[in-house]
Design a protein around this ligand. Sequence first.
Ligand SMILES: [Zn+2]
Length: 303
Amino acid sequence: MKVFDLHQDILYHIIENPKNSEILKSYKNIGIEKFIFAIFPFRGFYEFYDVEEPLIYTLRGVEIAYEIERKFHLKIIKRKSDLKNGNIILAVEGLYFVRTIYEIRAVHRLGIRSLGLVWNKDNLICSYWNSKNDYGLTDLGYDVINEAIKLNMAIDLAHCSDKTFFDVLKSFNKNIFVSHTGLRELNNIKRNLSEDMIYEISKINGIVGIAFGDIFLSKLSLKEIAKYLSKLIEKFPYNLSIGSDFYGVSREHQIRNLNNPKHLKNLYNALLEYLPNQTIENFFYRNAYMFFNNVLNGSLSNK
Ligand SMILES: [Zn+2]
């Protein structure tokens, strides 16, 4: 089993307590070859600041990621040639510090290759899923995505509002993915995607990472999740992936036997009851690999 996880929040916990980095030692042994290291731009989950705090936490997260690269021999992926042997793709979860495209160029120089447009608070780029005033993608947001695509960065629509989602898809047809989401058919909240939205992502060769927690998948057991996902994977065999959100889901919302990287094996085994090996491999690893292969290559055509 090889895993390419599109969203993990471990870095946030490492910033809180460096001892939490110890888990990374076991990653290669448990099959986690590649993962997106989300840099969370706030300190407390519900204390919001304007520009200063997100900028400080993004910069701090970048530097700690480079420390981890050295300490645990996990290579940060910056270009296509790094993808084969590299391990970490650096991402920011919300562009709260961005006022012009210069900030995008700067974080690209720092090695960030995936831009989450927003988290659980509106910003100058776009509105988020539970926005009181769903204004969608702003002019600045449009410029930011344009610039990011030129720089071969991925655009992550997790946490976006419906209007933002469709505004982006109206104007862009490459480098777009959703790193961690659930399914509205299971839990009908706007934080999750509907199958129709997954279909829209599949039309532009994007990918969608499935996250594990009851807000994403409702209160199903691991077995029920495997059964449900196997049908969805059959519908979208090349466009679904893992986006675990491990370490980002609070204890009371976690799924039994599917709440940390060591548990991915449980899901793999449960899926074997329904799907051939190769299809599961695609879901766990190859689909995400091929997406980033295209992003880092700049190979897909734009509208
Ligand atoms: Zn998130």
